[in-house]
Structures are given as C-alpha cells and as structure tokens.
Design a protein around this ligand. Structure first.
Ligand SMILES: NC(=O)c1ccc[n+]([C@@H]2O[C@H](COP(=O)([O-])OP(=O)(O)OC[C@H]3O[C@@H](n4cnc5c(N)ncnc54)[C@H](O)[C@@H]3O)[C@@H](O)[C@H]2O)c1
Length: 362
C-alpha cells in the first residue's frame, strides 16, 4: 500500500480539532507539512505533529515542499484560489466545503483535476457515515416503500457560540461565507445523499440575530455585528417524481431534540436519532407490512454493525481510496457542485420570492 504525503493548509479550529489528531490514524497518510498565513499557527501545528515542515503561503508550500495531497482547511473565501493552484501544481486535493463559491468555480476545479489526471473531493463527510450508507441501502431495498418526503435540520448557535476558536469568528458572517455556505451545505448534503439531485429550490430566510456576543475562544465576551447575511433558513426542495424535502439550517439554534433527518415513505419512516450523549445519530425505522403482521419501530443497526471509529478525516480516506483504485470519490466534486448550485440559487429565491430550477446533478 502506498503511503501518501499530506500537506495541510489552514491551521484553524477545525484542523486543530480534527485533522491534527485524526489524519495520523489513517494508515496510508503521513502529514509532511502545515501551512497558514499566520506564521505562529503554521509553526505550532507543525510542532504538534512532531516537527514536520511549515510554510506561510500556498505558493511557498507548492514551491518548496514534496507532497502528494493537499488538504485545504482554510476559511471559505480562500478555497477556490488555493484549490486551483494545488491542482495546477499536480497535487491531489481534498477541500473543505464549499470547494468554490459558484458553479463555475467548482466546474473549473473538476475540469482541471481531469486534465491533470488528479483526484479531488470535498467535505462534508456524511455520505460516508454508516447511518447514511445504511439508510441508502434500506431505501434501495424498498423497506419504507417509495420515498415521499425528507426533513433535515443541521444548525447550531453560531461559530462564535458553538465552536472553540483562537481566530476571530467574524469572517463566518461576511459575504463570501455565511450560515448557508458553512451550515446549509451539511443539510443539503444529507438530503441529496438520500434522495439524489434536486430539481427545484425555494427558500425563506431571515437575519434573526444581527448582533452577537462571542461566547468561546480567544475573543470570548466581545460583541460583533452579524447583520450582513441571513443566519436562519428554511429551504424547500423538489426532487421530482412526487418527492419533496425541507432543510432547516443556520446559526440560530442553541440546542435541539429533533432528529437530524427523517425520510417518510409510502410504507414507513427512517429517523436519524441521537440519544443524549451520543455524538452520532443512529437509525430507527418504522415499517408497515400488512401481509406480515408487522407494524412498528425497530433499530436496524446493532452495536457490532456500527463503526467503532469514524471521523471527519475519513474525507481523506475517501480520496486516497479513489487514487489507489482509480475510482470516483464518494465525496466527489460533482456532488459538491450540485450543493453549490443549490446554495447559489437560494439568494435568488429569497430575492424574487420564487421557486427556481436547478441545473446540475451528480
Ligand atoms: N466539516 C465540518 O463539519 C466543519 C466544521 C467547522 C469548520 N469547517 C470548515 O473548515 C474551514 C476552516 O474553518 P475553521 O473553523 O477552522 O476556521 P478558522 O478561522 O478557525 O481557521 C481558518 C484558518 O485558515 C487560515 N487561512 C485563511 N486564508 C488562508 C490562506 N489564503 N492561506 C493559508 N491559510 C489561510 C487562517 O489564518 C486560519 O488559521 C472552513 O471552510 C469551515 O467552513 C468545517
């Protein structure tokens, strides 16, 4: 098995919490460098990883470091330019979401990767979760009959509230980022993973909390204006063939007890339920088979079936598997482009008050 040399750019909260500890657990991945425009951060992450190389710009990294795969965990506005530079330099690419801010940007990345003979994929990781894979299988097996509806909610109280961060969280609320690109992408990924590409989108959105107090990290206690973009979204989707769905997302949910996702079918329901203290949802399935005399709820996954180890670094595993086997990654850029298509169409839905068509699929 080939071991891949990994360089990580963007030494922020997410990289520190996820990639720094978990990438070394992937057997064929070896971190060789960290890079950040904030020199102290690049240096300190490199030290924490056992004294690997560190750089202060993508150009310097590409020029001086010998590596195979770039993991891009920078803030959202920096993604596209870095992704294009890495692909042009012959590096396989994993990028945090969104890969780009427009359909055209993601298409440019897809075309460049193909031209260069490289593999590229993008967060979020959810399609690889055992619960998603199992739910897809149950739907394909007809356990809930024909799907009719899905309801998804992926939201939290805001990056200044919910996640520890040494950097200032203000960029999350600026044009070019925002709750839709940061959080909405998760909900849209979940629903399209289960129901496939959507055909039309509609949306109601609001700026519900225009000023916020930072509640964690270095800037704890500081007030900031958060009024430039909506922070609260209800998105509706039409998948065609009588299947519709809704996604609640944003930065306005301090806590919830509702399931992450439910899919209703003509003969049953799949619910993604999280018990108190459980980090990841498990599945509960309601089915109604009149001929068999069975009607009720069950849990399809026993403990042995569930993953003992799963983390966000499985995005990298997906990419390395695709390189090794010359296959399309599960978390493909085509999938990502469809999410970007939906997210780019949503502001037009809000502005016009209309339901609008989508033009991509995966
Ligand atoms: N998949 C998930 O569940 C999840 C969760 C949280 C964050 N994220 C994503 O991870 C990414 C980073 O988020 P975060 O919370 O770590 O943010 P952060 O602000 O803590 O860190 C971002 C880092 O990127 C660096 N950076 C910005 N522009 C750069 C450039 N041009 N070159 C090099 N470094 C640059 C910043 O200096 C900073 O250290 C974002 O895309 C965010 O949406 C994903």
């Amino acid at each position: 098995m080939k071991t891949y040399k990994i360089a990580i750019i963007g030494c922020g909260g997410f990289c520190g919490g996820q990639y720094l500890p978990d990438v070394p657990k992937i057997p064929n991945a070896k971190i060789v460098a960290f890079c950040d425009i904030l020199p102290d951060r690049a240096k300190s992450y490199a030290e924490k990883a056992g004294g690997v190389e560190y750089y202060f710009s993508i150009d310097e990294l590409l020029e001086k470091c010998d590596f195979d795969v770039l993991m891009n965990a920078t803030s959202i506005p920096a993604h596209h330019e870095i992704n294009m530079k890495a692909l042009a330099a012959g590096k396989h690419l994993f990028t945090q979401k969104p890969a780009g801010l427009t359909v055209e940007e993601v298409t440019a990345q897809i075309e460049l990767a193909a031209k260069m003979g490289l593999k590229a994929n993008a967060a979020p990781v959810h399609a690889m979760r055992h619960s998603n894979r199992k739910a897809r299988q149950l739907i394909a097996d007809g356990v809930i009959g024909k799907p009719t509806t899905a309801r998804v909610q992926v939201a939290h109280g805001g990056p200044e509230y919910f996640q520890y961060r040494e950097n200032h969280p203000g960029w999350f609320y600026e044009p070019g980022s925002g709750a839709l690109y940061d959080m909405g992408v998760h909900g849209l990924h979940y629903i399209t993973d289960l129901l496939g590409s959507a055909r039309e989108v509609g949306c109601m959105a609001a700026t519900s909390i225009p000023e916020r107090m930072i509640r964690t990290g270095t800037y704890d206690g500081e007030m900031m204006k958060t009024d430039k973009l909506p922070d609260n979204y209800i998105i509706t989707l039409n998948f065609g063939d009588g299947v519709i769905g809704e996604v609640y997302t944003g930065f306005c949910q301090r806590a919830t007890r509702m399931p992450t996702m439910e899919i209703y079918g003509t003969e049953g329901t799949i619910s993604f339920v999280s018990d108190p203290g459980e980090a990841r949802p498990h599945l509960e399935v309601y089915f109604d088979k009149p001929g068999s005399g069975i009607r009720g709820w069950t849990r399809p996954m026993d403990l042995q079936e569930r993953e003992t180890f799963f983390c966000d670094s499985f995005c990298l595993k997906d990419l390395l598997d695709a390189i090794d086997n010359d296959t399309q990654p599960v978390l493909s850029l085509e999938r990502q482009r469809h999410l970007v298509d939906i997210m780019c169409t949503i502001p037009k839905c809000i502005e016009t008050g209309r339901i609008l068509p989508l033009h991509t699929s995966f």
